[in-house]
Design a protein. Structure first.
Length: 193
């Protein structure tokens, strides 16, 4: 009998390098993290709290539609409605109002300071107790006011809060309607120099 020759099937081992697989996984994880950070920074203007002893996490700078000042003049207020806007008490200037806000924060009068915020910021904190919890974590010890910048009936004032971690600056924007000043915005950023 003749021997039947059977074809030999050659098998090859997969030569995929495990290092390449690990690198691809790392790139995917980093990309997902970056996408989340960008998405989160565009959807949050709330100061987040941190456990005691840790540095509080700051809200992203330059969020929202009203970014305070542009070239030393107040930015226009977005969606300003005097019916719902925070009113500056009669006989109080916007500068005195911002001073009082910071003095209340330093004195631990968080409920009073909370009521001075523009309505959208009050809503972003939720309530006065949540505001207190978040702001108290910063340990604000003092503040510095910049010079008011006026443009017609609009005015803005930058104020820097001094904390053990770092200074935090917000620009307050106001609008005068008749004889009454209203708070139109308080956004992170600006300069007190």
């Amino acid at each position: 009998m003749s021997e039947i020759e059977t074809p030999q099937i050659e098998t090859t081992k997969s030569s995929t390098n495990p290092i390449i697989i690990v690198l691809v996984v790392v790139v995917v994880v980093l990309a997902a993290g970056l996408v989340y950070m960008v998405w989160n920074s565009n959807n949050s203007d709330v100061v987040s709290t941190s456990p005691a002893g840790q540095t509080p996490v700051m809200p992203p700078a330059n969020t929202g539609t009203n970014m305070g000042t542009t070239g030393g003049t107040p930015a226009p207020a977005a969606n300003f409605d005097p019916a719902t806007a925070t009113k500056v008490p009669a006989g109080t200037t916007p500068e005195d109002f911002v001073k009082l806000y910071h003095e209340d924060v330093i004195a631990g009068k968080y409920a009073e300071a909370y009521k001075m915020l523009p309505l959208d910021k009050q809503q972003s904190y939720g309530d006065a107790a949540s505001y207190e919890e978040q702001v108290k974590a910063y340990g604000i010890t003092s503040y510095e006011l910049g010079s008011p910048a006026a443009n017609g009936d609009d005015l803005s004032i930058a104020a820097t809060q001094v904390t053990p971690q770092m200074p935090i600056t917000y620009t307050w924007s106001f609008k005068k309607v008749g004889d009454v000043w209203y708070v139109t915005a308080r956004n992170m950023g600006g300069s007190t120099n």
